[in-house]
Design a protein around this ligand. Sequence first.
Ligand SMILES: [Zn+2]
Length: 352
Amino acid sequence: MQRWKIPRTALACVAVLAGSQALADDPVRLGPLQARAGEAISGYISIDALQDAGAQIPVSIIQGAKPGPTLALIAGTHGYEYPGIIALQRIRQGVDPAELSGTLLLVHIANPPSFYGRTIYYSPADGKNLNRVYPGKADGTLSERIAFAITTQVIEQADYLVDLHAGDGNEALRPYVYLPQTGQANLDEKSRGLAVAFGLDHIVLDKGRAQPPEASLYTDQTAISRGIPAITSETGQLGLSDDYWVSLAEDGILNVMRHLQMLPGEVKANEQVVWLEDYEIIRAPAGGIFRPAVRDGYAIAEQGLLGELVDPFGERIAEVRAPFAGVVNYVLGTPPVSVGEPVAMISKLAQP
Ligand SMILES: [Zn+2]
């Protein structure tokens, strides 16, 4: 939602706008927080305990002194994916509300049970993947209640959304952005603007996630299915949080903010984008120990060897091969794997 401030001088002679003025002067709210123009504030959205311990989700509002769009930035949906979390600390401390046009809604750690419990994919509270339970339920399991709070309090009051991910704690990942494709030209064009501005040189056209709003499953689809342009970024891998990975996320966010004219300055978009499509997650045919034969970012031929599964004694259980020629977006980078879990993601080259 755009928030435009009406000059008080104009208001005196336009009585009919009194209601809008009240609206424009209303603080931006997020959980227990509220911020007026030029203010930044941090605190927690409280998810009350039910059959579990509940959760405290750290959030910030940075409300610019000038009008502009509302950009939601969500990190830590998967608790072992650290670069986005650290990048949002830098954004919180580095963006001056006096210089900002519009509003930033920051979710610093969307999934505290997973973050503090150091789990990949799944919450230790309910065994669910937060990025598969949107839009959540008010009275559901802890992951579902977190998703419900983020949907209703963050996503539904945003004009744009970036969901910040990385290769999970077990994934060696070559940085890329997912660009959701809906077939709605206006929405897709706005999402594409975010994706190009984010600045990573691999963009995966995501045609497989046209979810309905009531079963949106993913964070980005929750926005997209409500008509809000969104992307998902992937910067980082294997639980690393060093400056290289954090800066990729931070620079991407700042570039998106310049693209949306929330900050002054030129967008430093990458013009050498490799466009990818028809991605496939290759899953383990059995539990075991995975030995990768490729690294993240490699090109691979159809039926090329991605790796092999061995048993605890090192004896081969199965080979895992690429179903088509493409690019390895990520590959399992630590040994253990359970049946049905990802061992790699590959994508086909797309026409620009
Ligand atoms: Zn993730």
